[in-house]
Design a protein around this ligand. Structure first.
Ligand SMILES: C[S@@+](CC[C@H](N)C(=O)[O-])C[C@H]1O[C@@H](n2cnc3c(N)ncnc32)[C@H](O)[C@@H]1O
Length: 253
């Protein structure tokens, strides 16, 4: 696999994406309002699959403490540099979670990273560890939004199976004895100065190897123009609808 991109290249590509979207700020605004309503500034956030910490950083002022769990060590320093944040480099399935260790758990675009065979056990342990008034949220894209349709075309060309989206989450959670309710749908956008720039920004999602990169770039050149709208300050953007899901066991044990 000589052409597999390094974790560092992937983290650079992820950061290019996160700095060209209003999604993280908007999601943080909504999650912060929910948490503030229930816990004031005193809540503890368990940020599961925290990535580069952009979302974590936006949330930091609302919580007294954030435990940011991330399996990729490349993000450790970025997470550790945020005030109030305790980075934990681990797979979330492996966490030891004492009772009442958090008030809000957030799985923003990370539930799909939990190994399928371990989801049920992980969710059971996660639920037992929340504070009495705590809650668990997941964030994913809305099926059928522009972003989803564009991504579907690219994934088919790459011959790759896609996971994610609200329907996927509902189905997978149900399989584990859980249910999900969409509590907010947030219109967001990913943008760049022009189509060429947008192709670069979106590369993170599709191209982990040089072969995939070639297929992605060629197809994106021809189809991306039909998915874009005007972005901020004369830029070009693709619209995304992001769903915030409240997730809980079907039956309390
Ligand atoms: C798409 S990023 C989302 C980052 C951030 N939550 C956000 O919304 O911007 C998903 C992150 O979750 C991490 N991740 C996926 N599965 C994980 C797991 N099982 N345990 C810990 N981290 C995981 C990945 O390494 C990646 O950094």
């Amino acid at each position: 696999m000589a052409d597999l991109h390094s974790p560092y290249q992937n983290s650079q590509a992820f950061q290019l994406y996160t700095s060209n979207t209003d999604g993280k700020a908007k999601i943080a605004g909504y999650v912060a309002s929910l948490a503030h309503h229930r816990f004031g500034q005193q809540g503890v956030l368990l940020d599961l699959g925290a990535g580069d910490g952009l979302l974590t950083k936006e949330l930091a002022p609302t919580f007294s403490k954030i435990i940011a769990v991330e399996r990729d060590p490349v993000f450790k320093d970025a997470l550790g540099s945020i005030a109030n944040v305790q980075p934990v480099i681990a797979r979330m399935e492996e966490l030891e979670l004492p009772r009442s260790s958090y008030d809000v758990a957030l799985l923003s675009y990370s539930f799909t990273g939990v190994l399928e065979g371990e989801r049920e056990r992980f969710l059971t342990r996660l639920w037992r560890a929340k504070s009495p008034n705590g809650f668990v949220l997941a964030v994913t894209f809305q099926d059928g939004c522009r972003w989803d349709r564009f991504a579907d075309e690219i994934y088919s060309a790459l011959g790759k199976t896609r996971s994610g989206g609200t329907r996927y989450h509902m189905r997978e959670l149900q399989r584990c004895g859980w249910r999900a309710e969409v509590i907010r749908s947030i219109p967001t956008q990913i943008w760049a100065p022009n189509i060429e720039g947008l192709i670069d920004v979106l590369e993170y999602f599709f191209a982990k190897t040089d072969g995939e990169r070639e297929i992605y770039r060629e197809l994106a050149q021809s189809i991306l123009p039909s998915y874009v709208d005007a972005g901020p300050e004369g830029s070009t953007g693709v619209d995304v609808v992001e769903d915030v899901l409240l997730i809980q066991p079907e039956h309390e044990s």
